[in-house]
Design a protein around this ligand. Structure first.
Ligand code: DQA
Length: 154
């Protein structure tokens, strides 16, 4: 099973940017966390989980990568569109266009922050959202896409 994890703008600045909101761990640590979650959860998936991680600060590049997923056999998408969550109809449309099951993740709880963060366009094209769980939200999303969400400790 092939899972694509997509991270949007400024997530490459984790550990530096607003650590009181996003934590002290850097982007490299997030990638390592996601790879380990895929390895662990992949033990219960025939053939394991093939995990690909992509980060870009550019909206069009994110759209291109989502479109590419249609052609490269991706079975599920985990996406944190970061600030583009709240502005990008293009990312929402790309997710709808490829119709690959997608789960939205946010490190922080966008619903309890500024009002402009309460709208999520990408979320409208996703089957589920996890927000406010830090790195763990990514594991929850991978578990959800692989039918193992109910098995995770809450
Ligand atoms: C974020 C929340 C967004 O509002 C913000 O613009 C980000 C990160 C999160 O993971 O909590 O860049 O998506």
């Amino acid at each position: 099973m092939k899972i694509l994890i997509i991270n949007g703008p400024n997530l490459n600045m984790l550990g530096i940017r607003e650590p009181e909101i996003y934590g002290k761990q850097d982007y490299h640590a997030l990638e390592a966390y996601c790879r380990e979650a895929c390895r662990e959860l992949g033990e219960s998936v025939t053939g394991g989980i093939d995990c690909e991680i992509y980060q870009s600060n550019h909206e069009g590049d994110l759209v291109d990568r989502i479109q590419q997923a249609y052609f490269d056999g991706t079975d599920g998408i985990v996406i944190n569109p970061a600030a583009y969550t709240h502005t990008s109809v293009a990312i929402m449309d790309a997710l709808k266009a490829v119709s690959i099951p997608a789960v939205e993740v946010h490190l922080s709880n966008i619903d309890s922050r500024e009002e402009f963060r309460h709208i999520s366009y990408a979320g409208k094209a996703c089957v589920r959202s996890f927000m406010g769980y830090g790195f763990e939200g990514y594991k929850k999303a991978i578990a959800f896409l692989t039918g193992q969400y109910g098995d995770l400790p809450s």
